[in-house]
Design a protein around this ligand. Structure first.
Ligand code: F6P
Length: 343
């Protein structure tokens, strides 16, 4: 087979490790050929592709980002006949099957293609860890480690200045990064999209802490966190091709409000794309490698319309349609454990 690989959506540490694994196993064990489409689905539509070989993918395991580039291009945007456009792009490059690596948007396209007979095996990717059907996505561990390192550093400056430090981390629909990094970094409050917060309660936690003699606090907030009676904070109303608005600004709002309500000097930090940059952790390198190997094995077995998935310690496959039906939201038990340490 001649197989096209693409990376779509936000970049994520571990993408290159998946590409390397797919090509290495696919060439050595199955005798396949590979091309990489440039910039996600955009490369399929434009037939912009590069040959991928064992040699050309050598040395990319620890490299962040994606050697193929990425985009949020949606072949089905508006009234477009996405299936026909993708089929034509594949034909021009002589590709029989696809391995898209991406989050719910990229894999949503993959699922639609598979439903009409295009051979596709997806690989789930998101630092947000909000994809159902897999216990964890690669990139999440790296993002959590980066956020935890940042919180550790912010602790010492917060303590020196007797300040409240508000840290905004990624997480549109789910607070996995906030909860894990907040727990690992000993945050005094963690605000997540799944649990709209009452700012008076948050301020009470901080006051109680100060009353116990602590002169500083750390608040971690997902970009998608919002007050009970408030909307998401966004950067304008513009949406991408999948209809998502750009989030951001909750930490700036919290900094202002907390300082006004409590009188404690406050500062905010937005970690932003630092969380997606740089080399993957060892855990993410291994997970991405296992995903890549399973993806090419599954495609070679004749599977389609599935994505690879981690269940416990086993890497397996599951139907894309089922995996994408709902986002994977934060486990309430985990949040309850984190709450023990608030205030
Ligand atoms: O990949 C998901 C994500 O990390 C979200 O948490 C965030 O809202 C989004 O990417 C930001 O993406 P960008 O600014 O790169 O388009």
């Amino acid at each position: 087979m001649r197989i096209g690989i693409l990376t779509g959506g936000g970049d994520c540490p571990g993408l290159n490790a998946v590409i390397r694994a797919v090509v290495r196993k696919g060439v050595k064990a199955h005798g396949h050929e590979f091309v990489g489409f440039r910039s996600g689905w955009a490369g399929v539509l434009d037939s912009s592709a590069v040959e991928l070989t064992v040699d050309s993918t050598s040395g990319i395991l620890p490299r962040g980002g994606t050697i193929l580039g990425t985009s949020r291009t949606n072949p089905y945007k508006g009234d477009a006949d996405g299936t026909e456009l993708v089929r034509r792009g594949m034909e021009r490059v002589g590709v029989d099957a696809l391995i898209p690596i991406g989050g719910d948007d990229t894999l949503g396209v993959a699922s639609r293609l598979a439903a009409v007979g295009v051979p596709v095996v997806g690989v789930p990717k998101t630092i947000d860890n909000d994809l159902n059907g897999t216990d964890v996505t690669f990139g999440f561990d790296t993002a959590v480690q980066i956020a935890t390192d940042a919180i550790d550093r912010l602790h010492t400056t917060a303590e020196s200045h007797n300040r409240v430090l508000v840290v905004e981390v990624m997480g549109r629909h789910a607070g996995w990064i906030a909860c894990h990094a907040g727990m690992a970094g000993g945050a005094d409050a963690i605000l997540v999209p799944e649990r709209p917060f009452d700012l008076d309660d948050v301020c009470d936690h901080l006051r109680a802490r100060h009353a116990r003699g602590r002169s500083f606090s750390i608040v971690v907030a997902s970009e998608g966190a919002h007050p009970v009676e408030g909307a998401l904070t966004t950067k304008g109303a513009q949406v991408d091709e999948f209809g998502h608005v750009r989030l951001g600004g909750i930490a700036a709002w919290l900094e202002r409000e907390i300082e006004q309500r409590t009188g404690y000097e406050s500062r905010m930090v937005v970690l932003g794309h630092v969380q997606r940059g740089g080399t993957p952790t060892a855990f993410d390198r291994v997970l991405a490698t296992r995903y890549g190997v399973e993806a090419i094995d599954a495609l070679s077995r004749g599977e389609s319309g599935v994505m690879v998935s981690l269940r416990g310690t086993q890497v397996t496959t599951m139907p894309l349609a089922a995996a994408l039906a709902e986002p994977k939201l934060l486990d309430p038990d985990l949040y309850a454990t984190a709450e023990v340490f608030f205030g």
